[in-house]
Design a binder for this molecule. Structure first.
Ligand SMILES: [Zn+2]
Length: 439
């Protein structure tokens, strides 16, 4: 597709139409309430949630695309100046509420942009999405696939979300006298919370802005901001730290649960005396470590445990509940689509792998001329270097040290926000992503 026609989750370039896959902050970087560059297309749920994030936005620029339906856009070719028609189909990405893939078909061929997505083999929604995609494709072949490569590494193998959700319930049930805190983002993991609520017949505390989002999503009776009504609280992910949990446990027994595809480990004070104790991400690793209280963390085990819940600290568990596809699901998707070319939409310092490294053999046309092959090899070497460093020191993937930069009131307790930022680069337009949305 020519430059200057369509942009997806990219807001800096001049285009004739802009598409937003979903509202996570790494996909809206550069978008603001002052937006005036052109029409912005998104799903109905994203449009409904849009004012929460961009209250001053000129909503006459929003164009709502129903999931599963196709629309024709009349654009102008920047090179020839002639009119051209583009068909776009929005497909359920099953990532967070409102998340959509976009299939573009026109004179340029066929381009599929997944945005962040998770299509589990067992998911009815994914099956419906697959049918819509194949139906929209007809006899066309995908010439270029932009794919969510967040977990494009064989290390990452997650169970379906309903299985991981039950793991969370099991942890909560095994601590009947404890308060529970669960780290979540500003959007996403609603199905997990609903499963907990229905199974345990309990309300779930959320912070006031999150309650507003729940109400916009039509979830009225399950969530509350009254801490006296429940022992289960969903808290902002950035407030989820050892400091928080130790503070809470000095008053009342509390267990923390982090639902995430990332392997979370406890990072002790002694590992970095300048930083508050916090959870951190440990990528595939090969060393053993011990924390200040003698808790041994066998990092080798991470390679085989990305699919199970783990207790990393006396107060904390991680559960592999992910809204991104794991490696096997990415592979299945590429087999389904059989694109001529693939590009990953995300590269990051913690898990970046060019999808070509693993999946070039699934492309219809070889995408590995000598130069690109060398480039891929170099990127992989860089990725391995990062992994090796982290294996030695578990220094993981911080752009900056965690800071006690803010505090918030949660259940009348001061909770320190320890924020971890992770640098992500995007191959088609750079973007910086923070940990909030790498789930
Ligand atoms: Zn996302």
């Amino acid at each position: 597709m020519e430059r200057g026609m369509i942009s997806v989750d990219q807001w800096s370039e001049r285009s004739q139409a802009y598409f937003l896959t979903h509202l996570h902050s790494d996909h809206t970087k550069g978008l603001s309430s002052q937006w005036s560059k052109g029409p912005l297309f998104c799903s109905p749920v994203t449009a409904k949630l849009f004012p929460v994030k961009f209250p001053e936005f000129d909503f006459s620029l929003l164009r709502v695309l129903e999931i599963g339906s196709s629309h024709l856009l009349s654009l102008v070719s920047p090179t020839t100046g002639s009119k051209t028609t583009v068909q776009v189909t929005a497909i359920d990405a099953h990532h967070c509420p409102g998340a959509s893939m976009y299939l573009f078909q026109g004179e340029f061929g066929c381009v599929l942009y997944t945005g962040d997505f998770r299509w589990e083999a067992t998911s009815e929604r994914a099956k419906l999405g697959k049918d819509k995609l194949l139906n929209a494709l007809g006899n066309d072949k995908v010439d270029l696939l932009y794919i969510d490569n967040t977990y494009c590494n064989p290390f990452y193998s997650f169970p379906p979300r309903e299985v991981a959700a039950q793991q969370v319930v099991d942890i909560i049930e095994s601590h009947p006298e404890h308060d529970i805190i669960i780290g979540i983002d500003t959007l996403g993991k609603e199905d997990l919370l609903l499963h907990i609520s229905r199974t345990l017949k309990t309300k779930i505390w959320v912070w006031p802005e999150r309650l507003q989002t729940m109400h916009l999503l039509g979830l009225y009776d399950i969530f509350t901001t009254d801490t006296s009504l429940t022992r289960v609280r969903a808290v902002p992910r950035y407030s989820f730290s050892i400091d928080t949990l130790e503070g809470l446990n000095s008053m009342r027994s509390t267990i923390g649960i982090m639902p995430s595809g990332l392997p979370w480990v406890w990072r002790s004070l002694e590992e970095n005396a300048d930083s508050p104790a916090s959870f951190s991400i440990c990528h595939s690793a090969g060393s053993k470590g011990s924390t200040s209280d003698g808790l041994h963390v066998d990092r080798c085990q991470l390679n085989s445990k990305s699919s199970s819940a783990r207790r990393y600290h006396p107060y904390a568990y991680s559960v592999p509940y992910s809204d991104h596809s794991c490696f096997g699901e990415i592979e299945e998707f590429i087999k389904l689509v059989q694109p001529s070319k693939i590009r990953g939409i995300v590269s990051s310092s913690f898990s970046y792998t060019n999808p070509l490294y693993h999946f070039s053999h699934l492309c219809g046309v070889s995408q590995l001329p000598e130069q690109l092959g060398k480039k891929v090899q170099k990127e992989e070497e860089n990725a391995r270097t990062v992994q090796t460093k982290s294996a030695i020191g578990c220094s993981e993937y911080r752009e900056t040290k965690p800071k006690r930069d803010r505090t918030l009131k949660a259940g009348n307790l001061r909770v320190y926000r320890s924020r971890i930022s992770v640098l992500r680069r995007v191959r088609c337009g750079a973007k910086i992503v923070e940990m909030d949305n790498i789930d």
